[in-house]
Design a protein around this ligand. Structure first.
Ligand SMILES: [Zn+2]
Length: 225
């Protein structure tokens, strides 16, 4: 299709390959056939911005699709290439109830770190993940050792994992997540072969093992031998 892009000088009929139209809403992340609202050219930036509205009735948010326009000119035959869709809303996390009840602040910080990532603030993500991990481990430790709450709150994360996490799987994954989390906050990295995706995976494993431990404990207490 061709869209008429208006700019300050003139209207430009600009071809857009319909195969490259956004098929996912950046606000609600559903698959969609978006409704085109308008198109605006930025010749000096070599982009054309198309405004769309999400067709999903429960969303209906407006968003912008940025197209590269290397040959932006009147009746150009070169189809635009979709670069990005903005604004991007972070998908809400879907942690199990055991985790949201054990450490609501962990969920809050983790979601903020993911939101930072969706806004391109990549340097903030690891720092947020490291803080989220500390809340998860300390809240879980306090749940397991209510009589040691003050000691747990004051302890360093590494010591807390060593002294108060008894489940061997939680301990092993949390320890490694803390190593990578600390790397995110320091000038020199110790773990150069690992990155933020490994930190996310280790936090996910830690969450899963804590969920297993808490769910198992619940069933053992409600259904004793
Ligand atoms: Zn939507």
């Amino acid at each position: 299709m061709k869209v008429s892009c208006s700019n300050f000088q003139a209207n430009v009929n600009y071809p857009i390959n319909t195969d490259t139209e956004p098929d996912t809403c950046p606000r609600c992340h559903r698959s969609i056939h978006p409704k085109l609202l308008g198109a605006y050219a930025h010749p000096e930036k070599h982009i054309c911005q198309l405004t769309y509205r999400c067709a999903n009735l429960s969303c209906q948010e407006v968003f912008i699709a940025n197209y590269a326009t290397p040959l932006l000119r009147r009746d150009s035959e070169t189809a635009g290439v979709l670069l990005s869709t903005v604004p991007l809303s972070a998908l809400p996390s879907n942690f199990p109830e055991t985790i949201t009840e054990c450490s609501p602040v962990f969920v809050q910080i983790y979601d903020q770190a993911i939101a930072a990532e969706s806004h391109g603030l990549d340097q903030m993500v690891g720092i947020g993940m490291r803080k989220a991990l500390e809340f998860l481990i300390k809240d879980y430790s306090c749940l397991e050792h209510p009589d040691k709450e003050e000691e747990i709150k004051k302890s360093l994360l590494g010591n807390c994992i060593k002294d108060f996490i008894l489940d061997s799987n939680v301990k092993a994954c949390a320890k490694r997540a803390a190593w990578l989390g600390n790397d995110e906050t320091h000038y020199v990295r110790k773990w150069t072969d690992q990155d933020i995706s490994d930190l996310k995976m280790l936090i996910k494993l830690t969450v899963n093992w804590i969920d297993n431990a808490l769910t198992t404990k619940k069933y053992l207490s409600t259904m004793p031998d």
